[in-house]
Design a protein around this ligand. Structure first.
Ligand code: TXD
Length: 321
């Protein structure tokens, strides 16, 4: 059986890690596209030369010609500028929207049957634009944010409780911005609610429990900015790349993973015509179903606020285009 083909549109910080993860996990052949002359070719040649050591079977190619992405099964888009310290994800809107238009046209022309995973920020608007321009069915165009935000929330929970992050389940829904909604109520460690473990840790002091949970929620919302501030130049790239690869493996491996994914809602959660982070089942057909969780009043309120932030962002983008 022929190997799958994965195209990376954008070969920068995240793109480079994506390429290495695809190779090490032997997910398929990799084509890295970028507009910087020579850079994708150099990165793919360098990665290929790791093969004797790492022993992966994959053809790796760097290019600045969209023709080379032809026949891709999955396209991962990181093309665009990352944030600088002090910038919000939304500050990238106008620049990255122009880039996303160009990228989407290239994907539409040369990879018409591909699953598309958009990473570029502002994520919720960028994936919206990509789906509009490619015209691909909604189950094949998705945004990566929730897997990353949920991974961050899980880390903070694991570090607070002194348990392995591998045993933590936590989900973050809504837009990929300051209004994202970590779902505290469902967070658990191998089925044990986090709230219960926090109550034990703090001897039933519910004020302290709420204070700690709130701190973890706020750190999750600000986690991207925390890395941007420390790096000083660029934004997170290891965890975003790993998060996108989990989505690629769910699709290529028909894994039926239930993951938070930025998906086009058409009535679900009371949202119609917008991309928002919700739980979905990811498999060989892409977004195979959208899971309707019962949100309590507080969660619904926060989710609605986040959806409105996405709507405003998309409206701002529409004014620019
Ligand atoms: O969770 C998430 N979705 C976010 C996404 C997590 C972290 C980073 N997030 C965003 O991903 C970030 O704000 C950026 O918008 C993208 C990519 O971040 P990265 O750190 O990889 O940025 P780089 O290193 O600047 O790489 C972007 C590449 C760079 O090599 C440019 O030359 C290229 O994009 N680029 C283009 N490629 C193709 N076509 C065009 N027009 C183009 N313009 C720039």
């Amino acid at each position: 059986m022929a190997r799958k083909k994965i195209a990376l549109i954008g070969g920068g910080q995240i793109g480079g890690v994506l390429a290495q993860l695809c190779a090490l996990r032997e997910l398929g052949d990799v084509v890295m596209f970028d507009i910087v002359e020579g850079m994708p070719q150099g990165k793919m040649l360098d990665l290929a030369e790791a093969n004797r050591v790492d022993g992966f079977d994959a053809d790796l190619k760097g290019t600045s010609d969209y023709k080379d992405i032809a026949g891709s099964d999955v396209v991962i888009v990181t093309a665009g500028l990352p944030r600088k310290p002090g910038m919000s994800r939304d500050d990238l809107l106008s620049t990255n929207a122009k880039i996303m238009k160009q990228v989407s046209e290239g994907i539409k022309q040369y990879a018409p049957n591909a699953f598309v995973i958009v990473i570029s920020n502002p994520l919720d608007a960028m994936v919206t634009l990509c789906q509009r321009i490619t015209g691909f069915p909604k189950e094949r165009v998705m945004g990566m944010a929730g897997v990353l935000d949920s991974a961050r929330f899980s880390c903070f929970i694991a570090w607070e409780l002194g348990v392995s992050v591998k045993d933590v389940n936590a989900m973050v829904l809504g837009g990929h911005g300051d209004t994202m909604v970590p779902i505290k109520r469902y967070a658990n460690v191998n089925g044990i609610p986090v709230y219960e473990l926090l109550k034990k840790k703090y001897n039933g002091d519910m004020r302290k429990v709420e204070e700690v949970m709130t701190a973890m929620v706020e750190r999750t919302k600000g986690a991207g900015g925390e890395v941007v501030k420390l790096l000083g130049n660029g934004s997170a790239f290891y965890s975003p790349a790993s998060s996108a690869i989990a989505m690629v493996e769910a699709i290529l491996g028909d894994q039926k993973r239930l993951l938070p994914v930025c998906a086009l809602l058409e009535g679900e959660y009371g949202v119609n015509g917008f991309y928002v982070g919700v739980p979905v089942v990811l498999g060989s057909k892409g977004i195979e179903s959208i899971v309707q969780m019962d949100l309590d009043a507080e969660e619904q309120k926060l989710f609605d606020i986040s959806c409105n932030a996405v709507k405003e962002l998309v409206e701002a983008m529409d004014k620019l285009l």
